[in-house]
Design a binder for this molecule. Structure first.
Ligand code: URA
Length: 230
């Protein structure tokens, strides 16, 4: 939201007063004096006029989890443990998952309360690669890479997947880089060749790589540098 809108929504200021406050350099956001009425503020911003705090700004939170097999990427589930059950954090109801993984898929899972940040990570428009280590039941043929680069047609959604990059590691293992996150996308791409995915592990989302020090089920907060990279 624009800072002038935020301020003029408050009962104490009208629009003209807000213009004046900004012109007089009396407004600060996160400790920096702001005069641009269009400056973007969020629920995480500390907003002051003179020395008065008008919004304290709630902390933005970001975690990296090594998702183990056998838990669901949901905030609650009647039957199975969820990834949020693995977090020992307050106010878990405010957190959401940036890019779900299937029940038996392992690997990098990012959890945050910052919707803008997680959208940047998951929206296909930002073209951030999601990189998976894939193990298959049958041999991976030489024709797979060309097909994945061209795009696989998904009849249910009536769409063709965005170009994806396949790197063959052995006859039945590969690294696949995709920029979307369609439902069961990797399994369905290999399903095109009737080849069942028997192991799936997400190694990376955009610039963020799963920390090798995290064993399945462990998590840690992201560093400031990691948060900034997205
Ligand atoms: N693609 C899948 O099929 N499953 C996942 O968990 C992630 C991507």
């Amino acid at each position: 939201m624009r800072v002038d809108r935020f301020l003029s929504n408050l009962p104490q200021f009208n629009r003209q007063q807000v213009r004046l406050l900004l012109a007089e350099h009396r407004v600060s956001v996160d400790g920096v004096v702001i005069s641009d009425a269009h400056h973007d503020v969020r629920e995480f911003s500390l907003i002051c006029v003179d020395d008065a705090i008008l919004q304290a700004g709630k902390p933005a939170r970001y975690f990296m989890l090594h998702k183990p097999q056998g838990c669901v990427s949901a905030t609650s589930d009647p039957q199975h443990p969820t990834v949020l059950d693995l977090l020992d954090e307050p106010d878990k109801a405010e957190l959401h998952i940036a890019g779900r993984l299937d029940f038996n898929t392992t690997g990098l899972m990012l959890i945050t309360n910052d919707g803008q940040w997680s959208r940047r990570l998951t929206q296909p428009q930002t073209k951030l690669p999601k990189v998976y280590y894939v193990q298959t039941e049958q041999d991976i043929g030489p024709e797979y890479a060309a097909m994945f680069a061209k795009g696989v047609y998904f009849a249910f959604e009536d769409l063709t997947t965005q170009p994806a990059e396949l790197e063959l590691l052995s006859s039945r293992t590969a690294r696949l880089s995709i920029i979307e996150g369609r439902y069961h996308q990797v399994k369905r791409m290999f399903g095109y060749f009737d080849n069942k995915v028997i192991g799936l592990h997400r190694e990376r989302m955009g610039p963020l790589v799963l920390d090798a020090a995290l064993t399945p089920g462990q998590y840690r907060p992201l560093t400031d540098e990691e948060i900034r990279q997205v």
